[in-house]
Design a protein around this ligand. Structure first.
Ligand SMILES: Cc1cc2nc3c(=O)[nH]c(=O)nc-3n(C[C@H](O)[C@H](O)[C@H](O)COP(=O)(O)OP(=O)(O)OC[C@H]3O[C@@H](n4cnc5c(N)ncnc54)[C@H](O)[C@@H]3O)c2cc1C
Length: 381
């Protein structure tokens, strides 16, 4: 059995690895000219944790995990408001979850699968046709490929989805926020190693995260209502001009950043993830957004379960896809609902709402409550 996978991100690489383990041959098609790295810190857990364990990559992922020793909430001036300790953060995450750089998840999956797949970089998909027996794909290098299954793992702006399911606008649900994330060349002195600092004010959030080995990620997220709706990356300086602390250093770092993630926060609401022998996986299918904090985990868990379903059904790809979707959809939809709930309270413009939404966090930073929280989550974990 053979699969063509479009996109060598977390979902695509995980699918290539799991399908190889199920005895499939795979071809990965990636638009970027080479492997991408860096990104931002994500929390990895849930079905992704179990999937990674079954695929044999959990130990390596854990080895690259980073620990946040302190999360400091600051005023726009940089003054400290309150902080969560490393113990509190770890306790609320539970035992089967850890923080890791998005690029490190990709690196671990790539290293595990590189020898067992073919990757065509700098290439994309331009046409798809299928019949009862096979799917045929035309690629941007002029080549054509045939397979038993085509997996669209090409992210939020999936070309596979556009070709087979229809235009992005038919499925995209914008959550009214935009985000810019990138790695800094070095960690500014004001950010102690292993800590994160965060500022939220007037519908804008800024965070700087030390993710181990001197690596540092900068994060800007803001509401896109009113005049900000079309703000470009170049206008980030204006948008955050009144903020102090390490905001100026982060803006300076933007000028030399190797790759910047700058996009709207949008979900994908696709009523069927497969059409015949074409299936969507990861952000291309469901994009739960960073508000749900579970996209990488769902991508890996989804790939693991897809491979398992294909294994169970042998040559019956359509039966496998139907069973896989029935099993996974409730989990993805639950996380999408969480993302939509968080949308309203994330980076509120109203200072009172900001105080209210941060009240539980502020309380958790206070000794007696902190101990209670740590105990409660440890008992549950
Ligand atoms: C700021 C932020 C914080 C996050 N925090 C968390 C978190 O705490 N926990 C968590 O689990 N998740 C988190 N996520 C979500 C997570 O990063 C994504 O859900 C996950 O990376 C999705 O992986 P993917 O492979 O589906 O898509 P992508 O990572 O978008 O990968 C798609 C791949 O396809 C390639 N591609 C795109 N178009 C084409 C094309 N036309 N042809 C060929 N290739 C193409 C791209 O170059 C890329 O390599 C966060 C996301 C953001 C933005």
């Amino acid at each position: 059995m053979r699969a063509i996978i479009i996109g060598a991100g977390i979902a695509g690489l995980a699918a290539a690895l799991r399908l190889h383990q199920a005895g499939w041959e795979t071809l990965l098609v990636e638009r970027a000219p080479a492997r991408r790295g860096g990104g931002y810190g994500v929390t990895f857990g849930g079905i992704g944790y179990d999937g990674a364990e079954r695929m044999g990559v959990l130990a390596e992922l854990k080895r690259r995990a980073f620990v946040t020793r302190e999360l400091v909430y600051r005023k726009p001036s940089g003054e400290r408001r309150f902080a969560l300790s490393g113990e509190t953060i770890a306790a609320t995450m539970g035992k089967k979850a850890f923080n890791i750089l998005r690029g490190d998840i990709e690196a671990v999956l790539y290293e595990a699968v590189a020898e067992h797949t073919t990757i065509r970089f700098g290439t994309t998909i331009t046409a798809v046709e299928q019949d009862a027996d096979a799917v045929r794909v035309t690629l941007s290098d002029g080549g054509t490929e045939q397979a038993d299954l085509l997996i669209g793992a090409d992210g939020l702006h999936s070309a596979t989805r556009a070709l087979v399911f229809g235009p992005e606008e038919d499925y995209r649900l914008d959550l009214g926020h935009r985000v810019a994330v990138y790695m800094l060349k070095e960690r500014p002195e004001g950010l102690p190693e292993g800590t994160t600092g965060s500022i939220s004010s007037g519908g804008r959030t800024f965070a700087m995260m030390s993710v181990g080995d001197g690596r540092t990620a900068a994060f800007f997220g803001y509401r896109t209502d009113g005049a900000r709706a079309r703000a470009s990356l170049e206008e980030l300086g204006e948008l955050y001009g009144d903020m102090g602390w390490l905001v100026p250093q982060a803006l300076e770092g933007l000028k030399t950043a190797e790759s910047v993630y700058f996009d709207s926060i949008s979900q994908m609401v696709v009523d069927r993830w497969s059409k015949g022998r074409v299936v969507l996986l990861g952000d291309a299918a469901w994009c739960v957004t960073l508000f749900a904090g579970y996209g990488s985990s769902l991508a890996v868990g989804g790939a693991d379960r897809l491979g398992a379903a294909l294994e169970r059904h042998g040559g019956d790809v359509l039966a496998a896809l139907a069973e896989w979707e029935a099993e996974l959809r409730p989990e993805a939809e639950k996380k999408q609902q969480l993302g939509r709930r968080v949308k309203g309270v994330y980076a509120p413009r109203n200072p009172l709402l900001l105080e209210l939404t941060q009240l539980p966090l502020r309380l958790s930073s206070w000794g007696p409550v902190r101990r209670l929280v740590e105990r409660k989550f440890q008992l549950a974990g």
